[in-house]
Design a protein around this ligand. Structure first.
Ligand SMILES: O=P(O)(O)OC[C@H]1O[C@H](O)[C@H](O)[C@@H](O)[C@@H]1O
Length: 563
């Protein structure tokens, strides 16, 4: 039995479906003439959020807030923060907010305050990373470990990579990272092994194996590969000095050959895609930038949690972002969203991790589409690749993210504007181009040749929102990347409203089990010449062609990339 009716059966949902027809009668170029409307849709907090170019009226927002109330959104948020096991299919709390809570905070899971455990790990990370960075922790040959390879995939990779990319050009962070390298090894493609170790010396490299379960096939094969890379160069006893782990599964960490004292724990109430503020991100980032910089990142993330928990929905940035996404996906029928940071440092920002389910949290098949296809590219690069699509092709709501003060200002004397202003000229122009478009009448008045008028017509009425950040320090990155938080929390929200589980991931299991069958077939065919069996004709044919090709590798001996 459902614990609550599907949201699509509520009056509030039906009213919004009816409201769509009212909205379709308006063009954004007309809505944007209403200054009072626009004024009510520009929110200035730690960031400036302007959603006046969304296809919404004041009434739309009122109805969306009503829908959130009907969906008991605030109650669900309260349950999340109070440690209730809202991840019901895995019987777990959802408490990534505890990872960046102040030391004196009290957050319960299973009747225990989890904050002291969080700070025990943070204190251990601080101590360990300081010893590596100051050279008191050295490798097997007595050399300081200046380079780090973080091995992990999915949530054990994407969040840390995003934050690393954003910190690389921050003044304070880049100064503290001088002389150090942080690389990531995620894909099981051996090319990724070659790339992540190119030019590195095992003597001065520390490998961090990041895996919540310590069972993920790609991560564990990559970890064994780097263990071999180190052992073959420095001897098997060197693993203790050159490999550490981040996991909830300390037993498997020890079985792998890593000293449990060199394992940094996190907990089952941290979902993989929400783990960047756990040791998953904090350990490799602190090795690269120092714990004090990463602590600022955590503090920034913590401000989002406070805002998210205590701010009324009308002024709640993550809730507004989530509700607008819900409106675009479930009512206006736009299945995708382009996230366009006009800041190269945020190039890894577009959330790659989306929760999409076809059943409700109670296992009931949903009669409406869920999920949103998010993609993105830093501006102005995107303008030279897919903006033709978003201007004149299908309608894709866009989120533009700009920075007021560049991390790395450049100005050439004599130029009209500095380089950041040049970038931001596009940040301010693109949303209006999408909203207003250009009509055939305007083109005719501009004396555009008649045969080109249709080609150069822009329909406009394409929704977007604009976010302006003050700058990108570790603190701001924490706000934004829990900006992964803003978007992920926003995503969590409308998943709360859709009534699906934002925190489990059964959907990835089937592919993994089928890959396991193929792995066994490849092994038996290559080592014992076993014929292919148990696959459909198409897959069997492809497998046959693959096995006939020369692999360039003999399974008789270990092969590592040439360094
Ligand atoms: O950290 P691990 O246990 O190795 O899992 C790595 C990743 O596996 C899957 O892709 C999950 O959907 C992710 O949430 C998780 O981050």
């Amino acid at each position: 039995m459902a614990s609550c009716p599907l949201i699509c059966d509520t009056e509030s949902w039906k009213n919004l479906k009816t409201h769509v027809e009212d909205i379709k009668k308006n063009h954004l170029r007309d809505l944007l003439k209403d200054e009072e409307r626009c004024k009510s849709m520009i929110r200035t907090r730690w960031i400036v959020l302007d959603y006046s170019r969304q296809q919404v009226q004041k009434e739309t927002m009122e109805q969306l807030f009503k829908l959130a109330e009907v969906a008991q959104l605030k109650e669900k948020i309260n349950k999340m923060y109070s440690g209730e096991k809202i991840n019901s299919t895995e019987n777990r709390s959802v408490l990534h907010v505890a990872l960046r809570a102040p030391r004196d905070a009290v957050i319960y899971s299973n009747g225990n305050n989890v904050v002291p455990d969080v700070w025990n790990v943070l204190d251990k990370i601080k101590s360990f990373t300081e010893s590596v960075r100051n050279g008191s922790w050295v490798g097997a040959t007595g050399k300081a470990l200046q380079d780090v390879v973080s091995v992990g995939i999915g949530g054990s990779f994407l969040g840390p990579l995003f934050v690393h990319t954003a910190l690389q050009t921050d003044g304070e962070a880049s100064e503290s990272a001088k002389g150090r390298q942080l690389r990531f090894l995620a894909n099981v493609d051996p090319i990724d092994v070659a790339r992540s170790t190119a030019g590195l010396n095992p003597e001065t490299t520390l490998v961090v194996v990041v895996s919540k379960t310590f069972t993920t096939a790609e991560t564990m094969l990559n970890a064994r590969t780097l263990r071999e890379w180190i052992s073959s160069a420095l001897g098997p006893q060197s693993v203790a000095k050159h490999m550490v782990a981040v996991s909830t599964n300390i037993e498997l960490v020890e079985k792998f050959g890593i000293d449990p004292n060199n394992a940094f724990a996190f907990w089952d109430w941290v979902g993989g895609r929400y783990s960047v503020c756990s040791a998953v991100g904090v350990l490799p980032l602190s090795l690269q930038y120092g714990f004090s910089v990463v602590e600022k990142f955590l503090n920034g993330a913590s401000t989002i949690d406070d805002h998210f928990y205590s701010t009324p929905f009308e002024k709640n940035i993550p809730v507004l972002l989530g509700l607008l996404s819900l409106w675009n996906v479930s009512f206006l029928g736009y299945p995708a969203r382009a996230i366009l940071p006009y800041c190269q440092a945020l190039e890894k920002f577009a959330p790659h991790i989306q929760q999409v389910l076809w059943v409700s949290i109670d296992g009931i098949p949903l009669p409406y589409e869920t999920g949103e296809i998010d993609f993105g590219e830093p501006g102005t690069n995107g303008q030279h690749s897919f903006y033709q699509l978003i201007h004149q092709g299908r309608i894709i709501p866009c989120d533009f993210i700009g920075i007021m003060k560049s991390q790395q200002p450049v100005y050439l004397k004599g130029e009209l504007v500095n380089n950041h202003d040049e970038l931001m000229s596009n940040f301010f122009a693109q949303p209006d181009a999408l909203a207003f478009g250009k009509t055939p009448e305007q083109l005719t008045n501009e004396k555009v040749p008649h045969h080109l008028v249709s080609h150069k017509t822009f329909s406009g009425n394409r929704p977007s929102l604009s976010i302006l950040l003050p700058t990108l320090t570790a603190y701001n990155i924490g706000q934004v990347s829990e900006g992964l938080g803003i978007f992920i929390l926003g995503t969590t929200y409308f998943l709360f409203i859709w009534g699906i589980n934002s925190f489990d991931q059964w959907g990835v299991e089937l592919g993994k089990s089928l890959a396991s069958q193929v792995r066994k077939q490849l092994h038996s065919s290559r080592t014992a010449g076993e014929p292919i069996k148990g696959f459909n004709y198409s897959t069997s044919t492809l497998l046959q062609r693959y096995l006939e090709a020369e692999s360039g590798i003999s399974s008789a001996s270990t092969v590592l990339p040439s360094t």
